[in-house]
Design a protein around this ligand. Structure first.
Ligand SMILES: Cc1cc2nc3c(=O)[nH]c(=O)nc-3n(C[C@H](O)[C@H](O)[C@H](O)COP(=O)(O)OP(=O)(O)OC[C@H]3O[C@@H](n4cnc5c(N)ncnc54)[C@H](O)[C@@H]3O)c2cc1C
Length: 403
């Protein structure tokens, strides 16, 4: 297989940056451009955590020092891509410039989902996806400020925690009684959700039916008849994958850009990775998109290996983390299916597992579980059958069961 001469990576988030980094690690010596209006690639998880609360400076957000790009001959093009012309080996930037590229990597991520309710498109509503979004949100995190957060998923919950710590008066709205149960399992999700009220956040289990603006104030109307008045409304109800460029270029999409196991789209010269990509296995099974950091990195690694013709890296069960109210949450694998086993300490659930009927573990989640999640991951990936009574016993070290 002949490596391409010019790779254009559209989107400089984790998936795009990893693709460039891995291509160079594999010795690829052709031209690499990362094209993204945001400029120097940076990491997003701190935007709802230590960057938002001011404990991490902006200089720490980029993946690598600026000098890395010149040292590795990776060009940054700070512009939006407006169109792809894969058949002609070209793409068009928003300003009209055309760039050549015999291989294109789409690492476009997603944009924040808007609320489909009256007022859901008000210009003053905040979202959190970019550093600029976090910078704006930070200015609102002041003692006494009234902040309503719609959506108690990962980002909404983290921002609620950060805002409460900053002294803001926080209301958190979600129609789901126990958000995050699909990621953490209901047992731990209940504990995590309860932390909001324990830290003074006003938690409302209701649907948002409308948002109104009156000068600097917003009123969020709920389907239980209540109305919340605040200075800031953050809408954190998930993302919509950025499939527009792919669709316009005639690539297969289905709530994500459809790729094969090698991350190739329906056009063999175009790859996709990260939050925007959705893998279809060779047997036709279309997987769910992942919207987690590690999966975006793995996607970039897979694309780079595919481009240079190496075997695809093998990865085990998917992993994610989140932080709120000073606790660290990690989850691996599938916490939706299987039978639950829960470890408690002093009656408080700390780790939950999901087991298949044949004794194999398929998922685990832990709150401040230290090394437990690494051990659980090994147990899952190696198919180790463990004694359920030992799993439930918090005095048994999980890493001993993983041997
Ligand atoms: C606030 C926040 C906190 C998070 N916290 C966690 C966490 O704790 N744990 C975890 O596992 N995951 C977390 N995530 C998720 C994780 O950061 C994402 O899964 C990851 O960033 C996805 O990387 P990506 O490269 O696919 O997309 P993105 O990081 O979204 O990057 C996509 C890039 O594409 C660019 N782009 C879009 N359209 C165009 C275009 N037309 N032309 C050029 N460029 C374009 C965008 O500007 C953007 O920079 C968090 C995400 C956010 C936003």
């Amino acid at each position: 297989m002949t490596a391409p001469r010019e790779v254009a990576i559209v989107g400089g988030g984790l998936a795009g940056f990893t693709t460039a980094q891995e291509l160079r690690k594999h010795g690829y010596d052709g031209r690499i451009r990362i094209i993204d209006p945001e400029g120097v690639p940076y990491d997003r998880p701190p935007l709802s955590k230590e960057y938002l609360d001011g404990s991490m400076p902006a200089e720490k957000l980029p993946f690598v020092p600026d000098s890395w790009y010149a040292d590795n001959s990776v060009e940054l093009v700070t512009e939006r891509v407006a169109a792809l012309l894969p058949a002609e080996g070209r793409l068009t930037l928003a300003g009209g410039t055309e760039l050549s590229a015999d291989t294109v990597v789409l690492a476009l991520g997603g944009r924040a989902r808007t609320l489909p309710v009256p007022g859901g498109d008000l210009p003053g509503l905040l979202y959190l996806r970019t550093k600029a979004d976090a910078d704006l949100l930070r200015t609102r995190m002041v003692p006494g400020a009234r902040i309503t957060i719609i959506g108690a998923g990962l980002i909404g919950a983290e921002v609620a925690s950060t805002a409460a710590k900053a002294g803001a008066t926080v209301t958190l709205v979600d129609p789901v009684p126990v958000p995050l149960a699909p990621i953490c399992g209901a047992e731990l999700a209940v504990r995590l959700h309860a932390m909001h009220a324990e830290h003074g956040v006003d938690v409302r289990c209701a649907m948002t039916t409308a948002i109104e603006a009156d000068g600097p104030e917003y009123t969020v109307a709920l389907n239980d008849g209540s109305r919340i008045v605040s200075d800031t409304v953050l809408v954190a109800v998930g993302i919509v994958p950025e499939t527009g460029l792919a669709t316009a270029a005639g690539l297969a999409t289905d709530q994500g850009i459809v790729v094969d196991e090698a991350h190739r789209t329906s056009n063999p010269a175009v790859y996709a990775a990260g939050d925007v990509a959705r893998i279809r296995h060779s047997d036709g099974t279309l997987l769910r998109r992942h919207e987690h950091w590690e999966s975006a990195m793995h996607g970039g690694q897979a694309v780079a290996a595919s481009i240079v013709g190496l075997d695809l890296p093998q990865h085990g069960a998917g992993w994610m983390w989140s932080d709120r109210y000073g606790v660290h949450v990690e989850a691996v694998g599938d916490m939706v299916n299987g039978t639950p086993i829960v470890r408690t300490v002093d009656g408080v659930p700390v780790t939950a597992f999901r087991m298949e009927s044949d004794g194999r573990m398929i998922g685990a989640c832990t709150i401040d579980g230290g090394t437990a999640i690494r051990a659980a991951r090994r147990i899952i990936d190696r198919g180790i059958v463990v004694d359920p009574s030992k799993l439930a016993d918090a005095t048994v070290e999980l890493k001993k069961l993983a041997r």
